[in-house]
Design a protein around this ligand. Structure first.
Ligand code: FES
Ligand SMILES: [Fe+2]
Length: 470
């Protein structure tokens, strides 16, 4: 065999390569003092191909229309948190494209999603994006009224409508399922159950997070200047950290982050914090790393002593600091919670519109929706969740803060300034990426086999729905 052929045969198969000579995420986590649970200590990656992804999906309004017709009408979507509608009669209007739903609590343990359109001449029964409390839904045009349970209560001048039979004029409904404090809806009567859609493996993860016992302490909404799929992809990999967010690279093991997917609709990454980026190896001491470390919710950790003793690691000290700070803040015992859960960035995508970050220090949810009037824009929301204090009183969820294009994420009340700056950096990229795709001579985007697998996995699901095969 020639030398070149020997060299070639030693090359890993596509997708098998990892950052050379650096510990994997699992190896980093395995060194922690408080060990991680099974949902952290597993890997689920597979090579899914290396072909380019076509650009038209981000630039062509016809593609966006196909998504509205075939994807958004057939997938389970996070419509609202249950905490927005705690009492019978509470409702929230969830809008997706031209579709709109009144998500109403009709009984203590029952939530329904009514198509938000009057059955007389079509007027919306409630304005988009609003919420409130009602014991009936009355149309503002001619006053037709529905009971909370969706049955027709009254049609004005019913003598003129002998052809309107109440039993045929109940408000049509989408399907609703509740999971971990989230209300999910699906317009497709024949879709699999939410359980089947998300899969047993993911359900075993989410069941351990207690997200139903958290409340929204900050909710920010802003239009992003790019297609919804580009916007989501910007948050699916840590590959961009070094160049886009250089301020966090000294304490983020970016290039050795872990990427997984579970079935067709769920994927995740784990990005270890308190460890220097492999790209910057040798440039920072453990003391430098902890000095540079910024927390997603810095208001909690406050001003803590960061001087490391002999042999101490930045990662372990940060885990200890966060454990103590969050125990005080939420009046909870976190001694059994692993260092990794306290410290690391876990991000799960639930296809098509939701990211869950179940970690303790960065407890967020993202939601992305295409702007129905412009395929180059995305309605983006971030919800910050905190554990409900142990003394019982569930705080009211925060009001939504709406930011305009000229406003920085740092301006939103409740937003950690360091984290707001990161979102601003991502937004700047998106402006250039959307424009660049439209200016490009190349007709596809090229992805890394491992670090960008979530994007490929996500786009494969998009294709399945858009082509009608899912
Ligand atoms: S359109 Fe609603 S009552 Fe006429
Ligand atoms: Fe980013």
């Amino acid at each position: 065999m020639s030398e070149q052929m020997v060299e070639k045969s030693r090359e890993p198969a596509p997708g098998d390569a990892r950052y050379p000579g650096e510990p994997s995420t699992q190896e980093i986590i395995a060194r922690d003092r408080v060990p991680a649970p099974d949902w952290v200590r597993s890997e689920s990656y597979e090579f899914l191909g290396d072909e380019d992804i076509s650009i038209d999906r981000y630039t062509d309004p016809e593609f966006a229309q196909k998504e509205f017709d075939n994807l958004w009408t057939r997938t389970w979507q996070f419509a609202c948190r249950e905490e927005i509608i705690p009492e019978v009669g509470d409702y929230y209007v969830y809008d997706i494209g031209r579709h709109s739903f009144i998500i109403a609590r009709v009984a203590e343990d029952e939530v329904r999603a009514y198509y938000n359109a009057c059955l007389h001449r079509g007027t919306m029964l409630r304005a988009p994006g609003t919420d409130g409390c009602a014991n009936e839904f009355k149309c503002s045009f001619h006053g037709w009224t529905w009971n909370l349970d969706g049955s027709l209560k009254q049609a004005l001048c019913d003598w003129d409508f002998p052809h309107v039979k109440a039993e045929q004029f109940a408000l049509p409904e989408a399907r609703v399922e509740l999971l971990a404090g989230f209300v999910f809806i699906n317009m497709d009567r024949n879709a699999p159950s939410l359980e089947e859609y998300l899969g047993a493996e993911f359900l075993s993860h989410i069941s351990q997070w207690g997200l139903e016992d958290r409340y929204t302490y900050c909710h920010v909404s802003k239009s992003l200047p790019a297609n919804w799929k580009l916007s989501m992809a910007a948050f699916m990999e840590a590959y961009h950290v070094l160049d886009t967010h250089p301020q966090v690279a000294p304490s983020n093991a970016d290039a050795n982050s872990q990427y997984d997917f579970y079935g067709e609709h769920v994927d995740r990454f784990i990005s270890s914090l308190g460890v220097v980026s492999p790209h910057l190896k040798g440039q920072y001491t453990e003391q430098d790393i902890i000095d540079q470390f910024t927390l997603g919710d810095s208001s909690v950790a406050g001003d803590v002593p960061r001087k490391l003793g002999e042999g101490e690691t930045a990662r372990q000290r940060m885990a200890d600091i966060i454990r103590e700070a969050f125990e005080t803040q939420s009046n909870t015992d976190l001694s059994g919670v692993s260092d990794s859960e306290l410290l690391d960035c876990f991000s799960y995508t639930l296809f098509p519109n939701t990211f869950l970050f179940p970690g303790i220090s960065l407890p967020m949810v993202y939601r992305f929706r295409p702007d129905p009037d412009n395929h180059r824009r995305t309605i983006y929301e971030v919800f910050f969740l905190r554990p409900v204090p142990k003394d019982g009183e569930r705080p009211d969820p925060a009001e939504t803060v709406y930011l305009n294009d000229d406003q920085s994420f740092t301006e939103a009340e409740g937003m950690d300034p360091g984290f707001g700056a990161i979102l601003d950096q991502d937004t700047e990229n998106l402006i250039l990426q959307q424009a660049g795709l439209e200016a490009s001579a190349k007709q596809g985007i090229t992805l890394g086999n491992y670090q960008e697998i979530r994007i490929r996995h996500f786009e494969q699901a998009v294709d399945k729905y858009v082509e009608g095969a899912a």
